[in-house]
Design a protein around this ligand. Structure first.
Ligand code: PMT
Length: 408
């Protein structure tokens, strides 16, 4: 599966902090995502970690200050800087932040940063007092005003033993910010995509609810795929235990009625709605204010019908034309195509993702899925078993085509 990191040239500057050990993990994660990572270590970084560590995980040369004065020395910084799609410094110390803010160029890392004309992302790591110092804050502000993306620092345990703001954020989070930054000029840039995910919960009393097995994995993967194409993403989610894809605006809801309100508000001017959520069709007609006691016998629960979110969206679309493209899902254990086809027509969708949940490796909660894409125009595309991320990328590719077909 390709991501916005594939074949991108990234310079990873590493400066002298105990967080250097995490930079090796970041270099590895970037490389695994398909990026070409050239590491430049500052002199003090080499006191914490050796260039060979980075060379081993990136499969490429890691540079140190001595390379500035080597045979190719007078051009190495220009070459590195010009080839880069992104310049990352993680961890960045207060000292290197000060140098970059003032345009100093006395090391291979700082001279390369000055020579590069690509975006800059920094992940500060230092003791809390150093971070809060007015000089550091002023340097940070200068860098931000010049367009640098600043990730962190996080609060927590510091090498000094203190708990304060100063920890470098975790590599997976930096990776998410890099992924988001590199997706900025994608084919969905300027488009608003609303995605729903998870299973709604319908309260019986303060402790019990009617729910389903949706984990949110498929919906969150759709949100990530839309972000990878450069879209602005609103992720309306029922309760799930998943990290929000970096760059998505998350709206937490619990019940179907709350999801309806959130989806309606978000789709008023949206280009796309993808409803991957498993929405409860019924809710308890009454929610008990206090916990239902078993001593009172077995209660009988009367159900009331929930609104159909896609039907409500379709009504609105008829009036104002938004969202331009609507995609539904249909989890089916039998008659997959026929049942999905009926939902496609009834809910006035442009595309439905017919989700075969008859096997253990597809549908609810697992990491893989098996789907058929059915379009309103009559096209059918059966996809083999694949990861939910791959399904998401395939769905968003169809969405791109549908947006192209949608004359504005
Ligand atoms: O979350 P995971 O564990 O990754 O699992 C993914 C999934 C199986 C939940 C997902 O891939 C999926 O298939 N979602 C749709 C579940 C379903 O069967 O929905 P449905 O057939 O009840 O509804 C059809 C469509 O109408 C869906 O897009 C649904 O979001 C929407 N709907 C349903 C009911 C309702 N009241 N309002 C709606 O808008």
């Amino acid at each position: 599966m390709t991501t916005p990191l594939k074949d991108k040239h990234i310079i990873l500057g590493v400066t002298g902090s105990i967080a250097c050990y995490k930079a090796a993990d970041l270099a590895s994660k970037l490389t695994q995502a398909g990026a070409l990572v050239d590491v430049i270590l500052s002199e003090s970084a080499t006191r914490f970690i050796a260039p060979i560590t980075f060379q081993s995980v990136t499969g490429r040369r890691a540079y140190v200050d001595a390379d500035l004065w080597s045979g190719e020395g007078h051009v190495v910084h220009i070459g590195l800087g010009q080839a880069a799609d992104l310049f990352v410094v993680a961890p960045i110390t207060a000292n290197t932040m000060a140098k970059l803010a003032h345009g100093e160029a006395d090391t291979l890392l700082t001279v390369s940063a000055l020579a590069a004309d690509c975006p800059l992302l920094i992940a500060p790591a230092m003791d809390g007092g150093m971070f809060q110092h007015p000089a550091t804050q002023a340097n940070l502000e200068t860098l931000k005003q010049r367009g640098a993306v600043v990730v962190g620092p996080a609060a927590g345990h510091l090498a000094s033993g203190l708990k304060a703001l100063g920890r470098m954020v975790e590599p997976f989070e930096i990776l998410g910010h890099i992924r988001h930054l590199l997706a900025q000029d994608g084919p969905l840039t300027g488009r608003k995509v609303v995605v729903s995910a998870g299973g709604t919960q319908e309260a019986l009393d303060p402790v019990r609810f009617i729910g389903n097995h949706s984990s949110g994995k498929q919906g969150f993967a759709i949100a990530q795929a839309a972000l990878d194409l450069g879209a602005e993403v609103i992720l309306v989610t029922a309760p799930v235990s998943l990290e929000t894809p970096i760059g998505a605006a998350r709206v937490d809801v619990t019940s179907a009625r709350e999801m309806l309100d959130a989806v309606r508000a978000a789709t008023d001017d949206a280009d796309v709605l993808v409803m991957a959520a498993a929405v409860a069709d019924f809710r308890p007609a009454q929610t008990a204010e206090q916990k239902i006691k078993k001593e009172k016998g077995v209660p009988s629960v009367e159900l009331a019908r929930n609104p159909d979110i896609l039907l409500e969206v379709a009504k609105h679309k008829q009036k104002n034309g938004f969202p331009k493209v609507t995609v539904g899902f249909a989890a089916e254990s039998e008659n997959l195509r026929a049942n999905a086809q009926a939902k496609l027509a009834k809910k006035n969708l442009d595309l439905i993702v017919a989700n075969d949940i008859s096997a253990q490796d597809a549908g609810f909660a697992v990491d893989t899925n098996r789907v058929v894409l059915l379009s309103a125009a009559g096209n059918q595309e059966e996809l083999p078993l694949m990861s939910k991320a791959e399904v998401a990328a395939a769905v968003m590719l169809r969405v791109l085509q549908l947006l192209g077909d949608h004359h504005e």
